[in-house]
Design a protein around this ligand. Structure first.
Ligand code: ATP
Length: 881
């Protein structure tokens, strides 16, 4: 019987299989998905489908075939994919190489565990995330992206990898991705860990993680010219992950993914999220203008004694906590040291000149630690033991974190005595040239050393004998690497040289000789010295190998010494600056009494004027802060944000009292920063930063907006600023706590439109031509900016100041001449109202009386009544606020 040939579908199966090895091909054939050959066997085994042998392979032999009906196909495919298989659906498509209407079968969609898109396949199992991780060894960070391809939900984050996989695993547990893509260079530790969570790991080409490529995919997808509006500045690793995630999704779906329109940045578990812009604006790590560290929050807090402490403090500052219990634990540790000043002093003196043993541990593991590193390690471990002992004297119960740290600090006595016995007291920087290993550490080394020493003694006595024998007093026996040992005679004495001297070399000053006796000894000595150096180096390498076993313990000790250093430092600073322990709540309140800006208060010649803050997301959600230029608005807003950061990192805060409802992230938009190098205008930068805020803000966030909308026309700026406030206020009963400073005095009317908006202003006192800044924040609004006054203080030429005053006066007059009877459009008023003359008039009085009559005093709180009184006084045109 003649063999049947393969059907066209099967022929195509072989062709496609060559392009997609390792992928199970599902051919859409009428009402069925058919699978062939090895794929059919997989389907039959995994999905319990009966095999038939209706098919024919290329040789005409029978081949297995398994089919599932189309209507149930999606769930079969889903089951297979969930077991870790990649499936490709093949269907008829128009052949681009052939005439119109001619079709061929090809892959139309690839389905992997992380790219299931059909709701039928997903069922009600919640979001199904595709995860992407970019491990950055150098920065000790994982850049992470999550994409739910079925909904378009896309977000990025990053986490610390210096403490291993624990932070990454919290993300995994939180979002339970089905599949994770990683670059091909990822370590087995990482991929094995992912597989332990049942995640399918797909290694992708490293090029898809390249930053430039990643940024371009994302910008094309989102149709934007910059990604900054998504808040990803400083998150390069996460952007790499996001780019590769998107590329993978597009490649598997083989279609445009229009529903993916942007991504958001998410908080890594357990930490407040502070993006690079906020860290800059709040001057957490460096001063905005000078770029100096001293006038930053880090600068004033960093009185740590150890490099590990300094690094930990930096981490505490850039990633404050968001878990109440964890914050309280840190505050307990700081509090403990505040209550024990003697212990604090003893620990700090113990930490003096403590070396960077964390980095030394790194150098040991790479095998390039020098002998001085080892001595530094030994000395620091001695200090660690002293620090540990200091705690024995204190009877106060230790808080949990201190106990834990002390348990993890090991004085490593064995390691110390090993180094002590092996390394000389003053070793050279490098081990290679010898002079490193101590006498008594190794017998063979001591023997070689003796030979070398006795050889050197012999040389010294040989020199003496030759001087006496030849009568040449200046005769010297020297050594160099090329010629070995030689007898050196200066030109003036050459006539006295005995005939048995053999000339070796002529120099500018004389001649060098040798004799057989010296040659003989020379080979003995150099031989011993070569052996000595080689043996010493070998012994040193062996010592390093022995130390490698202790790396974990050294690192643990290093980190915990760093932690003790930080708690102790924060306690010292809190004590000397009268900081208080904040009350931490899981609420959306911020209640600060007499708060101070921690950095400004340190650098002022005069005393800092403390201010209160009372913000909560359900009543006083948005504070609009008006006031003169230089009045203290920006300082105040930054102060509130810094107090939150300090409280949540576990430090006491500069205030008399502080109740901090945990903040999940702080957003800031302050000042104008040109970013000319990236081709963006000042206003564009402002809008990008604003876009980031609006795209990522949550009800638990704190938003600081300083004069938004001033980079464009007054009308555009005002409109944007107002609509941003409306957006933040939202329609529900809650919203992000927001501080909003503005010179758009018209903005204060919004208090009457939105119920959770409250006006506040900074008081000033006018005395004649002078304006005194009182720096005190009080309820109610003001409509004066005193810009010309500040211009005068800045040294603007008198002529310009006088002219500005004339123009201002003219504008005011125009305004008042326009007013009687005429209804002025709101925006025109806005332009004119910058300095209204607060004169009392009968019209004014009648408005005041009307306002008083309309007010229900009984329903007001004392605070509201005070605010009302201020408002009346201001409306009455009284001289000061
Ligand atoms: N509470 C305070 N106590 C003492 N001095 C303060 C206080 N707040 C601010 N200052 C001082 O006033 C200066 C100006 O403050 P700030 O920049 O906050 O004013 P501003 O109202 O934001 O001004 P502008 O509207 O012009 O931006 C600060 O550099 C600081 O020296």
């Amino acid at each position: 019987m003649s063999k049947e040939g393969p059907t066209p579908a099967m022929r195509q199966f072989y062709e496609i299989k060559k392009k997609y090895p390792g992928t199970v091909l599902f051919f859409q054939m009428g009402d069925f998905y058919e699978t062939f050959g090895e794929d059919a066997e997989v389907v039959s085994r995994e999905l319990e489908i009966t095999l038939t042998s209706r098919g024919r392979d290329l040789n005409g032999e029978k081949m297995p075939l398994a089919g599932v009906p189309i209507h149930a196909g999606e769930s079969y495919i889903a089951r297979l994919v969930r077991k870790g298989y990649r499936v490709a659906v093949c269907d008829q498509i128009e052949d681009p190489k052939k005439a119109k209407g001619i079709v061929k079968r090809d892959v139309v969609r690839i389905i992997t565990p992380g790219t299931i898109i059909d709701s039928g396949m997903l069922g009600d199992s919640g979001p199904s995330y595709l995860m992407s991780i970019f491990p950055d060894k150098k920065r000790e960070e994982y850049g992470i992206a999550f994409l739910d391809i079925s909904t378009g939900e896309f977000f990025i984050t990053s986490c610390d990898s210096s403490f291993g996989l624990s932070d990454l695993n919290s993300e995994i547990v939180k979002y339970r991705p089905s599949e994770c893509i990683v670059p091909s260079f990822s370590s087995d530790d990482l991929t094995g860990n992912l597989e332990n969570y049942g995640i399918i790991v797909t290694k992708c080409a490293d090029s898809s993680f390249e930053l430039e490529n990643a940024e371009n995919y994302l910008k094309n997808q989102f149709k934007v010219s910059s990604l900054e509006g998504y808040g990803c500045i400083g998150m390069d690793n996460a952007v790499r992950a996001a780019g590769s995630c998107l590329l993978y999704a597009c490649e598997t779906q083989m279609t445009e993914l229009d529903h993916i329109r942007g991504f958001s940045t998410k908080i890594t578990s357990g930490n407040m999220f502070l993006d690079a812009i906020t860290l800059r604006n709040l001057e957490v790590l460096e001063n905005i203008r000078s770029k100096g560290v001293d006038t930053s929050l880090f600068g004033i807090l960093n009185e740590t004694k150890t490099p590990m402490g300094s690094r930990i403090l930096r981490k505490f500052l850039t990633a404050p906590l968001i878990d109440k219990e964890e914050i309280e634990n840190r505050l307990d540790a700081v509090s403990y040291f505040i209550n024990l000043p003697l212990l604090r002093d003893s620990v700090r003196s113990g930490l003096n000149r403590f070396s960077d043993i964390e980095r030394i541990a790194g150098r040991i593991s790479y095998g390039n630690a020098g002998p001085r590193d080892l001595l530094a390690l030994k000395n620091s471990l001695e200090k660690a033991s002293y620090v540990k002992e200091s705690f024995l004297l204190s009877e106060l119960k230790k808080p949990q974190l201190i106990t834990k740290s002390l348990e993890n600090i090991s004085d490593m006595e064995n390691l110390r005595s090993l180094i002590e016995s092996a390394i000389c007291d003053e070793p050279p920087v490098l081990a290679r040239n010898g002079g490193v290993i101590k006498e008594g550490y190794d017998k063979s080394l001591d023997n070689l050393r003796n030979i070398s020493i006795s050889g050197k003694d012999w040389i010294a006595s040989f020199q003496q004998t030759e001087r006496e024998r030849t009568g040449i007093k200046s005769l010297k026996v020297g050594y160099n690497k090329v010629f070995g040992y030689f007898i050196e005679v200066t030109k003036s004495n050459i006539r006295q040289v005995p005939p048995e001297y053999i000339r070796k070399q002529t120099t500018a000053n004389g001649e060098r000789y040798t004799i057989p006796k010296l040659q003989e000894k020379e080979s003995l000595i150099t031989n011993a010295e070569e052996k000595l150096t080689a043996l010493e180096y070998e012994l040193y390498q062996n010592l390093i190998e022995k130390l490698k076993v202790h790396i974990d313990t050294i690192q643990k000790t290093a980190r915990n010494i760093g932690l003790i250093d930080v708690y102790c430092t924060l306690a010292g600073i809190s004590h000397s600056n009268n900081y208080v322990r904040p009350v931490i709540e899981d609420s959306n309140r911020l209640l600060i009494t007499n708060g101070r800006h921690p950095v400004v208060e340190r650098n002022l010649q005069c005393s800092f004027v403390p201010n209160d803050a009372d913000i909560d997301s359900s009543e006083n959600q948005i504070l609009i802060i008006t006031g003169a230029n230089m009045a203290g608005k920006s300082t105040y807003m930054r102060e509130v944000a810094l107090i939150c950061i300090m409280a949540q990192m576990g430090c006491f805060v500069p205030a008399d009292n502080a109740v901090i409802g945990i903040v999940d992230r702080i957003f800031t938009r302050v000042g104008a920063f040109d970013d000319l190098s990236s081709g963006q205008s000042t206003f564009m930068v402002e809008m990008l930063e604003l876009a980031n805020i609006l795209n990522n803000v949550s009800d638990k966030s704190l938003v600081i907006l300083d004069e938004i909308g001033r980079g464009t026309s007054t009308l555009d700026g005002f409109s944007i600023a107002k609509s941003v406030l409306e957006f933040l206020h939202g329609k529900g009963s809650n919203g992000p706590r927001t501080l909003f400073a503005t010179h758009f005095h018209e903005m204060v009317d919004i208090e009457t439109e939105l119920k959770r908006v409250k006006n506040y202003h900074f008081a000033v006192k006018e005395t004649g031509d002078d304006v005194v800044f009182l720096r005190k924040l009080i309820p109610g609004a003001t409509d004066r900016s005193y810009g010309i006054h500040v211009a005068r203080l800045a040294g603007i030429p008198k002529k310009v100041i006088t002219r500005s005053e004339t123009i201002l006066k003219d504008e005011q007059e125009k305004q008042y001449s326009l007013q009687p009877g005429k209804k002025i459009p709101r925006y025109t008023q806005l332009l004119l109202m910058d300095n209204p003359e607060p004169e009392a008039s009968p019209k004014h009085d009648s408005i005041l009386i009307k306002k008083i009559k309309e007010t229900d005093l009984d329903s007001m709180s004392p605070r509201e009544a005070l605010a009302f009184l201020y408002e009346l006084k201001k409306d009455s045109g009284a001289e000061n606020n």
